[in-house]
Design a protein around this ligand. Structure first.
Ligand code: ZN
Length: 508
């Protein structure tokens, strides 16, 4: 399918002003989101939330109204469909989804929810800082109530509310598919992690926690991002408490990073991860950007790109072969006695830990499974919000053998719930698995390690641009996987990748 194609339909033309206005309002809301998470002062949220509420209200009014409804209805008629380009058909399909998400929600509730997210995020930040779950719990309850209500408005007969929420992030996965996927991971990973953890002392990693000058970290991370192909004419790197990527369109893609003086790896792998997201957005076709289909296919597919760069490529020896000496030159005192092989073992060290964002590749999906099981229980009405810390801690004990000593390193560690994002976490594990499936294909098609050793990222990046990125949302993740790998989602690649990697590193 071509993603290009000129506008052919007169009826579609009449839709364009609505689409443009909605895009502009969304862009403005995104800019506030960027500002809120990077440089806005802490106390601004309560007041800025009004602005965000009004923008989201206008966005909803602009799209959900009788005029647009009529145009869409007409465009879905057979004789109109004949005149539509593939891109226009994809836009109509996407609009249908937006209608499905928004139409049923009363506008005052939609606005109130959007206002609440800014305020509840600040409440969470304070709760985390003070290690006080009780401060966040009332906000969390309200967010859950809204999300339950919104999901209830949209749920088809017999559909679980949580399935509705999951579908917003990854339409190809519902509870049914995820239960199968996560059962498989649990069965394979829990015993492997136990074996590996017993040998984790054999890997020396103290060098990682020495003092690393932050200005030098910033320079090196900027270098890494550019090395991977981040276009500084179309993107910027900021700083925030949690690294993230935000795009206004394919010529303005923004990522953030967070620097920790006593942790060399943290910022380096964050920037590789976010650059993976950014490349996806920068490579969306010019014909699609600033349209409803002008962003990544799904959160799962997005995470597949960030995790492919961060873990599969970024933690390989071949990747570091041409650039490790530059890192050593940046910090000669700390790294002069650490060989490339020692460094590679260090960045791949695996052991159970409490914090998801700092977890190694092997234990990572267990952190996701814990969040998935808790969210599923919340939306099935099987969990008491006041007792979530207990549930959280029990699950950490069960899957990772560890118990958080406080809520800041337990249930309060993630930002997602504070924005009302439920159903997002599985995307990370889905993304890891998709990355492995895509990578298996890439390895069949090109000598990846040779390219990496030569410092040549271009063929890999261009492959991803042509096979994944440029399509935006005109294909869903299963269609992309089918077109690239000739099969639908298959978690076996992920399990095999983890087993091969960690058995090689630890058990051989
Ligand atoms: Zn990510």
């Amino acid at each position: 399918m071509s993603v290009l194609g000129d506008f052919m339909s007169k009826t579609f033309d009449s839709l364009q002003p609505y689409l443009d206005k909605a895009m502009a309002l969304e862009t403005a809301r995104s800019l506030f989101e960027w500002d809120d998470q990077t440089i806005a002062p802490f106390d601004a949220a309560e007041y800025t939330s009004k602005v965000v509420g009004i923008l989201s209200d206008e966005y909803m009014k602009c799209l959900i109204n009788d005029d647009v409804r009529k145009i869409i209805k007409k465009l879905k008629e057979d004789k109109e469909q004949e005149n539509l380009s593939d891109k226009e058909k994809a836009i109509i399909k996407e609009l249908d989804k937006t209608y499905e998400q928004l139409e049923s929600i009363p506008p005052d509730e939609y606005r109130a929810f959007n206002e609440l997210t800014l305020v509840s995020n600040r409440a969470w930040a304070k709760a985390k800082k003070d290690n006080n779950y009780e401060h966040f719990a009332p906000y969390l309850k309200k967010l859950i109530e809204y999300k339950k209500k919104f999901a209830g408005y949209r749920a088809k007969k017999g559909q679980e509310p949580y399935d509705v929420l999951l579908g917003d992030f990854e339409e190809c996965f519902s509870i049914k598919e995820l239960d199968i996927f996560f059962d498989k991971l649990k069965k394979e990973i829990v015993p492997l992690l136990k074996q590996v953890a017993e040998k984790s002392d054999t890997i020396y990693k103290n060098y990682n926690f020495l003092s690393y000058d932050i200005d030098k970290q910033k320079d090196f991370c900027r270098y890494l991002s550019g090395y991977l192909g981040f276009d500084f004419n179309r993107g910027v790197i900021g700083e925030s408490a949690h690294p993230f990527t935000l795009n206004l369109h394919n010529h303005d893609v923004r990522i953030t990073n967070k620097f920790i003086e006593n942790n060399l790896e943290s910022a380096m792998f964050s920037v590789i991860h976010e650059t993976g997201h950014a490349l996806y957005e920068m490579n969306i076709d010019d014909a699609l950007t600033q349209t409803p289909v002008g962003t990544g296919a799904s959160m799962g597919m997005h995470e597949s790109q960030s995790r492919l760069f961060e873990n599969i490529l970024g933690r390989s020896k071949a990747f570091w072969t041409p650039i490790y000496s530059k890192l050593v030159d940046t910090y000669p005192d700390n790294l002069k006695d650490i060989s490339l092989d020692q460094f590679i073992r260090g960045i791949n060290k695996a052991e159970p830990s409490l914090i998801r964002t700092e977890a190694d590749e092997l234990s990572y999906s267990l952190h996701i499974i814990i969040r998935y099981e808790i969210e599923k229980a919340i939306f099935a009405g099987e969990a008491d919000v006041d007792k979530l810390p207990e549930l959280w801690n029990n699950k950490y004990k069960e899957y990772l053998g560890l118990t958080p000593t406080n809520d800041a390193e337990g249930i309060l560690q993630d930002v997602h719930w504070s924005y009302g994002e439920f159903g997002y976490f599985p995307s990370y594990a889905i993304g890891s698995a998709i990355a492995c499936q895509l990578y298996a294909k890439i390895k069949d098609l090109m000598p990846v390690d040779d390219y990496l050793r030569e410092g040549n990222i271009t063929p890999i990046r261009e492959f991803l641009r042509d096979k994944v990125h440029k399509y935006g949302t005109t294909k869903n993740s299963n269609q992309i996987l089918k077109d690239v790998t000739e099969e639908e989602f298959n978690a076996d690649y992920y399990v095999k990748y983890l087993k091969d990697k960690y058995e090689n590193l630890y058990l051989s």
